[in-house]
Design a binder for this molecule. Sequence first.
Ligand code: WT7
Length: 643
Amino acid sequence: MSVKLVKKGDSYFPSAEFKKKAWLKDASVYKESPLKFWEKQAKKLFWFKKWRKVFSHQPPYFKWFVNGKTNITSSIFEENALGFSRIKNKVALIWEPESLEEKPRIITYYELFKKVNRFANALKKMGVKKGDKVGIYLPMIPEAMIAMLACARIGAIHAVVFSAFSPTALKLRLQDTQTKVLITADGYFRKGKVINLKQNADKGIKGTNVKKIVVVERAKNQISMKKNRDYFWHDLTEKESDFCQPAIMDAEDLLFILYTSGSTGRPKGTVQACGGYAVQAYATAKYIFDLKEDDIFWSTADVGWVTGHTYSCYGPLLNGTTFIIFEGLPSWPQPDRWAQTIEKYGATIFYTAPTAIRMFIKTLGSLSRYKFDSLRIISSVGEPIDDSSWNWFFKEVGKGKCSLVDTWWQTETGGIIMTSLPGIGPFKPCFTGLPFPGVKVDILNDKGKSLPPDKEGNLVILPPFNPGLLRGVYKNPKKYAQTYWSQFGPKVYFTSDTAYKDKKGLIRIVGRSDDVIKVAGHRLTTGELEDAINQLKNITESAVIGIPDKIKGEAPIAFIISHAKKSLTALQAEVSAQVRKEIGPIASLKNVYLVADLPKTRSGKIMRRILRKLFSGEDLGDLSTLANAESVEAIRKIIKTQK
Ligand code: WT7
C-alpha cells in the first residue's frame, strides 16, 4: 500500500485506493438483516445438505443453519470458496521455526489435504470415532493444524490445550473431556532451549482416561515411549492413504471444545458447533482482514488459544489464504524477529496483541529501518489497546498507510464480533469500532436499560447473536446458563466486559467486570490462582489480584496468610513455584505479600476490589461494610515496605 490514510477529526479512514479493492467498502452492509447476512455467507461454504432454517432460538439455547449437513474440511479443501483447482498448488501455510538456522516448512493446500487425510485415517485406525474427544497438546508446528483438521475430517471433537500449560492444567482438561487419545510432541524450542513436552504429557495423563498418545517428532529430544500406548506420528501416517471420506456433520454437532477461565476457579470448556463456527471464521477472516488471493496473513497467536484456532487455522484456510505460523517468540533471538519475519515473507496482514506491541515499543522504539512495504492491514486483539500503543503501531508498523483494525471478541464468540472494517473505517485510537455486520450489541446499565453515548455499562450481545457464539459449557449446562444468560434474562448474552460508545456508535472497551485478569493477553482468573495457592499446606488463605504492568497489561500478585514457621522469602518462593506448577509460566506472580488478615465483608467474602484500589491509589470508598476495616491500613504498610 502506498497511500496514506485520511484523517478526519479524531479518526482515520481508508484511502480511495484501498477502498476501491476492498471486499466491503460501503456502510450499507451494516443495514443488512443479520439472518440474511449470515445466510449469504453460509452459501459460500460447502454443505452436504442445505439448512432448513437459518436460526432457531430456545433461550438460552439457539441453533444456526438448522438441519444443515457439512464438514469444515470439505469447505477448506474439496469445495473451497476459491475452487480447489485454483488453490491446489498454492501455499497454505508457511511454518517459521524458532531457530533462524532451521529451514521453514512450506505446505501447499494439496499437501496439507493429504497430510490431514493420512492422519485422519490413522486416528480412525486407532479407534477414534465421530463424536469422540481428542486432546491436542502441541506447540506451533503444522501438525497442530493437521491434527485439528484430521479430527474435523472424521467428526471427532478436538480439545487443544496450550503447550505451555502445566501437567496439572492439562490433567484438569483431559479429565473433563474424558479424552482417550492425546496428540503431543517430543519437545519444542523456547529461546534456544528444548522444552520436554512429552514429559509434561506423561505427567498430565496420570489419573485420566488417556489410553493412547501420538507423538510428533519435533525437537528429537530424549523421551520415554511406552509400548502399546505411545506411537510416533510418522509411523502411524506413513502407510495411510491420502484420502479419507469426510464425516457428514450436522451443523450443530460439536467441532471443538476449548477451555477458558471463567469467574470461578475451574476452567470452562466452551463448545463450538460445526456449521456456525465455520461460517463465522470464514466471513470474519475474509472481511476483517480483506483476504485476497495473493495475501500472506500472519497472526502471532498460539493455537492453544481461540485466536490460534480461528485465525491461524480455520479462517485463513476457509478463504484459501496463505498464512504464516511461527514456533517462537516474536522477540527472539532479536527483539525485531517479528519485523524480520514480516519482511522475510512479505506478510500483507499482521495480527497481534497489545502486550506484544508494548514490548516492541520498549525494545525497539522507532522502526524507520523497516519499510514494511508489503503490509496493508495491521490488527490487534486480546485487551484494550492504549492510545500510545495504537499510535506507535499505526505510525511505526503501519507507516500511516495500513488500516488498523482493533478486533474485539472472546473465546466464547468463536470469532471477531466488533471491529472497524479495513475498507470502511473509521479507525479511532482506543476504540474497537462497530459490531460486525450481522451482529447486534448493546450497552446496558445494571438494571438492563440501554445506555446513551459516553455512559459506561455492560456490553451484551442481542439475538440472533452470532453463528460462532458458544453452544454450551461442556457437561455443565448450569454454568452456561448462569455465566452468560442470567444477568439480563436468557435472551441477552452477557460478555462480562464494561464498555461505552461514542456519539457515532463506536465502542470502546474499558475492561472486564468480573475476576478475569488479562496477563499478556491471556485470560486467567484470580480464583484459579487462589485455588492453586490454597492447596499448599503452609498457606491458610490467599487473595490474588491483577495490577497494571507496563508490558503485560496486567500481572497477578498474591496476598497470603500463613502460620507456618517459614521465612518470607521461602514462602514467596513456594507460592510462586506452586502457581507455575499448577497453571504454567504465563501465570507467574509478580509479587507475593505476606499479610495477617485480608479485607472481608461480614459474610466472609474477600474484597479484592479494595486490594486493587490500594495499588491504583483510588479512593477506597466506604469501608464500613467490612468486618475488619483495620486490615486495610496494615496491608497498605506491607505493600510499601515488603519487597
Ligand atoms: C476478553 C476475552 C478473543 C481473542 C483473544 C481473547 C478482552 C479481547 C479485545 C479488544 C479490548 C479485548 C475482553 C474479552 N478483549 N479483545 N480488542 N479490546 N478488550 O479471548 O481470552 O477469551 O478473552 O478479552 O475483555 O472479554 P479471551
